[in-house]
Design a protein around this ligand. Structure first.
Ligand code: NAD
Ligand code: GLY
Length: 372
């Protein structure tokens, strides 16, 4: 249960004329002030999914009814497995069937899957229409709704087709986290933990003290976690919006994690679960490269486990497990000319991007995965 209450000042993501606020607090979905100043149009389309729409779409539709003459809702099938062309096309079908013009505003109501797909639809419908992110998972509130990465998956690789496209606003209503399944809350905690080793060891200390409160959904603890995560992400994205360098550090744990997700089939492990386990693997690689000590890796492993996340990698191929990981990781967007680039911890609180010899990566995978 969520306990306590919180009202928080908006954060701003500094991107010149594409800057936008991130609102964080309780009850924001049902507050008219959350929508003040958003683009006006004759129509708006709420994009959600079959799980989230029955919970929150009517509250949003009522608020948007004041701003737009017609408000439509499209509820996509739920799951990472539907983050594909066919499902994306359902958004375009809805827009065209309702004769939506280029002023139409899209509202992404859901987790990262809905947010990434709605953002990509907004980036490409009539070459770009405005959209607003209303993230309803912890993962989406602390990461995916902020920063303008939008995408769908390809069977051969995760988030391979997409665009950088910033929303008009991000509205994080902490109350929506009340209905989030336990496993999804843990998945979101992986992305919160990530910000510690890459940027802010004080956040890691704080997480060690407040992990139980977060898992009990204490709203003050959640508010702090969401705000601090968004502050760090806003700072990084403000410096490197299109990932020409620095932004890659936000992918700590993701190179291994994406291989796990793709290797097991999208949806078998949650994205945050892949990232949690992937962080243990990336920290182990950092240790084997001589960058951090074994105690640092152990500290991170314990925290990730306390968040309810897996810390041992799955076997993706019984004959050559490490080879299968390597094959999948070569498809990572950070790879250059077939060389895999890993986000490593250079020192606690500071990350960098490096290549590593295949033999060393194999050792790490062997050490971090279930015995075959
Ligand atoms: P998700 O969108 O699949 O949501 C998780 C589950 O929770 C779904 O079943 C959903 O229907 C349900 N749900 C959502 N809100 C709920 C609520 N309030 N109450 C009850 N159920 C609710 O998964 P996610 O973890 O939010 O996002 C993962 C996706 O985000 C991945 O596709 C990942 O690639 C992407 N991602 C993108 C970025 C980015 O920068 N764009 C960053 C991180 C992750
Ligand atoms: N989640 C990684 C990024 O936004 O860059």
């Amino acid at each position: 249960m969520i306990s306590g209450s919180a009202a928080i000042q908006p954060l701003h993501i500094p991107l010149g004329d594409r800057s936008y606020p991130i609102l964080i607090g309780s009850g924001l979905l049902a507050q008219a002030s959350s929508y003040a100043g958003l683009p006006r149009a004759s129509q708006a389309l709420i994009v959600s999914n079959e799980t989230v729409a029955p919970l929150y779409a009517e509250t949003l539709r009522q608020q948007l009814g004041v701003l737009y003459a017609r408000v439509h809702v499209v509820a996509l099938p739920d799951g990472e497995a539907y983050k594909d062309w066919q499902t994306l096309n359902r958004i375009f079908d809805a827009l065209l069937e309702k004769a939506c013009d280029r002023k139409t505003v899209l509202y992404a109501l859901g987790g990262g899957v809905v947010g990434d797909m709605t953002g990509f639809a907004a980036a490409s419908y009539m070459r770009g229409i405005p959209f607003v992110q209303i993230p309803t998972t912890l993962l989406a509130q602390v990461d995916s709704s902020v920063g303008g990465k939008t995408a769908i998956n390809h069977p051969l690789g995760k988030n391979m087709i997409g665009a950088f496209y910033q929303p008009q606003r991000v509205i994080c209503d902490l109350d929506t986290l009340r209905t989030l399944p336990e496993r999804e809350l843990s998945a979101g905690l992986a992305e919160v933990i990530k910000y510690g080793p890459i940027a802010d060891m004080a956040l890691l200390d704080w997480l060690e003290r407040h992990m139980d409160a977060l898992r009990a959904r204490d709203v003050s603890a959640l508010a702090h976690a969401v705000r601090r995560s968004c502050e760090i992400k806003a700072d990084v994205v403000g410096q490197d919006e299109r990932e020409s360098g620095l932004r890659a550090i936000l992918n700590f744990g993701h190179t291994f994690g994406h291989a796990i997700e793709a290797g097991l089939g999208y949806g078998a492990w949650l994205h945050g679960e892949g990232v949690g386990c992937g962080m243990v693997m990336a920290a182990t690689l950092s240790h084997r490269l001589g960058l951090v000590d074994a105690a640092f890796v152990q500290r991170l492993r314990v925290l990730i486990e306390r968040a309810g996340l897996p810390v041992v990698g799955p076997v993706l191929n019984a004959d050559d497990n490490a080879g299968r990981y390597l094959e999948l990781m070569r498809l990572d967007k950070k790879s250059e000319a077939g060389e895999i680039k890993f986000v490593v911890i250079e020192a606690p609180g500071r990350a960098g991007v490096r290549g590593a010899p295949d033999a060393l990566v194999r050792e790490v995978i062997d050490a971090c995965c279930l015995r075959q």
